[in-house]
Write a protein of this length. Structure first.
Length: 120
């Protein structure tokens, strides 16, 4: 189903208490040329069994919906859509990795400069 036609709700099995879903920042996505995948929401939950229900509403903002309606070509086949719930890495893993890479590059450049200065 297109993201503008449903809103997912996650419940622990045997409970009516809904788990809060947070919209993904910048909506990361992947596309291999045949199929695409977009992360709409994230949530945190302990290991266990959960129910996923699709409620009426929209998973995207009104601005995104307007842009999609304006840019969209022909409507897609609703049978080709699927929903996946996946385990993910913590959100802070990427920024920490970038910072560590910058520190490593700085150490290499600093080492090369120090080596050249010591040889003089």
């Amino acid at each position: 189903m297109p993201a503008g036609q449903f809103r997912p709700c996650v419940y622990p099995r045997g409970s009516d208490e809904r788990i809060r879903l947070f919209p993904s920042f910048l909506r990361p996505n992947m596309n291999d040329g045949i199929a695409g995948r977009m992360e709409l929401f994230t949530f945190s939950a302990t290991k266990g069994q959960y129910s996923l229900k699709l409620a009426a509403g929209s998973s995207i903002s009104t601005v995104e919906e307007a842009i999609t309606g304006w840019l969209a070509g022909r409507p897609g086949d609703n049978n080709l859509y699927c929903i996946q719930v996946r385990a993910s890495q913590p959100f802070y893993a990427l920024p920490i990795g970038i910072i560590l890479m910058l520190i490593a590059v700085g150490c290499m450049v600093g080492g090369a400069v120090a080596g050249i200065l010591i040889l003089r």
